[in-house]
Design a protein around this ligand. Sequence first.
Ligand code: GLA
Length: 395
Amino acid sequence: MPKDLIERLQRELSSHFGQGEKTFLAVAPGRVNLIGEHTDYNDGFVLPMAIDRHVFLAFRPRSNAEVRVVALDLGEQAQAELDAADFEAMPAFLKYIAGPGKLLQKYQKPIRGFEAVVSSTIPIGGGLSSSAALLVTAVLAFRQINHLSASKAELAHLCAQSERHFSGAEVGIMDPFTSLHGRAGCALLLDCRSLEYHHIPLPSDQLTILVADTRVRRQLSATAYNDRRRACERASASIAKIYPQVRALRDVDEAMLADVRQQMDEQTYRRARHVVSENARTLQAVQALHEPDISRFGELVNASHQSLRDDYEVSCEELDIMVEAAGHGPGCIGARMMGGGFGGCVLVLVRPGNAQAMIEHLQQEYKNRTAIEPNIFTANAADGATVEPLAQKLA
Ligand code: GLA
C-alpha cells in the first residue's frame, strides 16, 4: 500500500468534510486480459489478471442518501443525492461512484451514502478497467456502510450493470469480476456463463508482462462495442436454427460454424469466427501455462491479435503499430491489443531479462512511427479488491 497516498487521502477527507465517523479504505485493482477478448458477453472464457495499479477510495458513512466525493487527481469535488433523477448531468467520476448506490435502491431502501476522497494509479480510459475498479470501490463502500450481504459475484454484476447504464456500452462481467477476485502471481480463468473460476499460477521466471499504452482514446467505442455484440447474437441465433442446443457463441465450435457458414453474411461469420476461435485459444493458453510452454502461449496471444484485427475489426493503426513493433523487439514472446479496442493498451509478453530493452525499443519505435509518446510499464498480477477500516491500518 502506498502509505503517503493513503495519509493524503485521509488528510483531504478531514479537510473537506471535517471530523466524522470511522473511516474506511476501499482499494480495487485494474486488470490486464492475457487472452479471451470479446468472449465474456458470449458466455465464453477469459484469462485476465488483476494488476498492481489501483483505485483508492477513502470514505466515511453519511447518515443520509448523499454521496460526496473529492476526485484528487482531477482536482474536482461533486455531490449527488441518490434519490435525484438527473444522473446524466453529473461528472463521470461521480456517476461511477454514486451510480451503483442508485441501482442498489431498487433492492434495498434506505441506502446510506458516504463522503469520500478518491485517487487512482490506473491510466484512465486505457482499457485497463479504470472505470470497473472505480465501480468496485464504490460497491464495496455501499456494502460496508449498509451492511449488505451481497457476494463478490453479485457485486461484480452490480458493477457491470452500472457500467452498462452509465457508459452505454453493453459490457460483460470480466472487468469487475477480475478486480474483485484477482490473486497475486496468478491469472484468473473465468467461465463467464457459470462464473466458475480458477487461479492459474504465472511462471514469472519465464515471462514478464508489459503494458504499452498507445495513449490513443476514441469515443466511438461504445457504439462499435454494441454493434459487435449484436453481430454475435445474430450469429448465435442463426446457428441455433440448426443446432438448437446453442444459447450463445460459447456453445459453438469451428466445425459447427463451418456447417452454418451459408446461413449468415460474411461479416457476421467473421465476427463469430473470432469469438469461437478465441474461446478455443483461451483454453489452449491455460494448457500452455500449465506445462509451461511459454512460446506456445505467445503464439496464441499473437493469433488473438490477428483475429481481433482482421475478423473482429476492433484494432486501430496505433495498436497495430505497437503490436508489430513488439513483435520484432528483444525477447518478445507475444503481443496483442487488449480490452474493447480502438485505442488503449497493448499487452506485451517478454522474456524477463529483456524487459528493459523492450521498453526502450517500443518507446523509440512507436514514437518514430506515430509521433506519440507511449506510456509503457511492467504489470504484476495482484490480489483482488479489499475494504478495511483506515485508522487501524495507519496505527
Ligand atoms: C471491455 C468490457 C469487457 C470485455 C472487453 C472485451 O473491457 O468492459 O466486458 O467485453 O471489453 O473483451
